[in-house]
Design a protein around this ligand. Structure first.
Ligand code: CMP
Length: 138
């Protein structure tokens, strides 16, 4: 089964939207294969967002992602990587389509409710940062 890493970020998790977001993925036919509530450390942030180190928005991104608990998920299903990104909507919520997670729950480009892997390679790299193989039920 194709798998993707999703993070319900501190903004959406703190506002109790985890259930709403899980329902959007489940209603689309996807399975929750792993889930945990955790506080991201700066070390995990640097690993997960390695490609963004040095970008102007990186310090604010790390500050935000390590500020409060988030929910990490592995979501599975056919074409899940592409489809979950469609369900999430554009990175900038101002540009997100109606009904998408970011249109419904995001505030701005940093507090944008969710992260999802953008390719098979990213999913394969990101999932083991958050989950051991025995924590994923497929
Ligand atoms: P995410 O999918 O978690 O991956 C990288 C994150 O960086 C992205 O979502 C946004 O939250 C953040 N990001 C990307 N571009 C910008 C930007 N121009 N300004 C602020 N944050 C950004």
């Amino acid at each position: 089964m194709e798998k993707t890493l999703v993070l319900i970020k501190p903004d959406a998790f703190g506002k109790n939207h985890a259930g709403d977001i899980l329902k959007i993925y489940e209603d689309a036919g996807f399975k929750i294969l792993a889930a945990k509530v955790m506080k991201m450390t700066r070390e995990v942030a640097a690993k997960h967002y390695a490609e963004h180190i040095g970008r102007p928005f990186y310090p604010a991104l790390v500050e935000f992602m390590t500020s409060a608990p988030l929910m990490a998920l592995v979501v599975g299903g056919d074409d899940v990587i592409k489809k979950v990104r469609e369900l999430n909507g554009a990175t900038n919520p101002a540009e997100a389509a109606e009904g998408t997670v970011r249109k419904l729950f995001a505030e701005d480009k940093t507090k944008n409710a969710v992260h999802a892997s953008d390719s098979k390679e990213s999913a394969a790299r990101e999932i083991p940062i958050f989950f051991g193989a025995c924590e994923i039920f497929d």
